[in-house]
Write a protein that binds this ligand. Sequence first.
Ligand code: TXA
Ligand code: MG
Length: 320
Amino acid sequence: MARIGTDIHEAIRLLKQGEVIGIPTETVYGLAGNAFDVEAVARIFKVKNRPTFDPLIVHTSSLDRLRQFVEEIPPVAEKLAAQFWPGPMTLVLKKKSIISDLVTSGLDTVAVRIPRHPLTLELLESIDFPLAAPSANPFGYVSPTTAAHVSEQLGDKIAYILDGGDCTVGLESTILAFDNETITVLRLGGYALEDIEKIAGKVHVQTHATSNPAAPGMLESHYAPLTPIVLGDIPVLLNEHKGKRIGVLAFRQDYSGGGDYPCFILSKNGNVDEAATRLFSGLRQLDALHLHIIVSELVPEEGLGRAINDRLRRAAVKRN
Ligand code: TXA
Ligand code: MG
């Protein structure tokens, strides 16, 4: 089983050997390996059971380091970077050849990000290679927001998880791509669209793709618990599914009916930022109860609420 700890030297030692380890970020935990080492990258895909058509995000600690492996940074991307890095934003940029096709699934662009987590920034500063890191969950499942989440699912496949506490944002990064003057949001995430647009102007949102997605987070079903989840008006759904073992994932109200149903409340105060930090824990906790069904509701479509609703909708799509 993976050891869980805060020993950054152990993390560095393993990464230098080509191992993959769990690392904390402000969004979700990552499954990290040397982005310049094809074998380490191959190991990431294997541990995560991830199809190789789904490219990885490369993490680094500064713009100077970033320039070692991206061809160019458009002016508007520089502006966004200055405002939002370190933080939950990923930029898709033209790659240099030092980034292998395995990292990018053959695309000529690479997704890059400077994460906002002190331990991981220190780690990135201490090594001379960037870290390729997808979210540290089996492909298609809910992302991990604690070291324990990583351990539960991947603990038997990796040696070490660097423990940086609970993720403070709790949703994956917002992914942006650039085409001349056009900025496209490929994944809603940890920065609200409103905030991005204050810096970048109007952006296009294109977070759905039926085939050949630019970002498989765009796949209809993703981020899904094993228990079926339905969205709607919770009292109506409770009535419809009477007789089943039901769990409730509620935005702010308590629907436990005095103990009839396990009910996970995302934010008693109705705060979408707090709801974001608790969403994946809630899905995991309810999933662990082996219920027949989870009923849930959308949250207000503002700020991080948009990304929360995006994850809820994808979690609610039936998988084959
Ligand atoms: O917050 C995050 O972004 C977390 C933490 C660990 O940094 N990482 C994360 O990685 O969510 P992952 O692999 O679970 O999701 C990365 C997404 C995928 O949907 C992938 O398709 C997309 O980024 N992506 C990667 N490279 C891309 C590229 N060159 N063009 C378009 N999309 C890309
Ligand atoms: Mg993921």
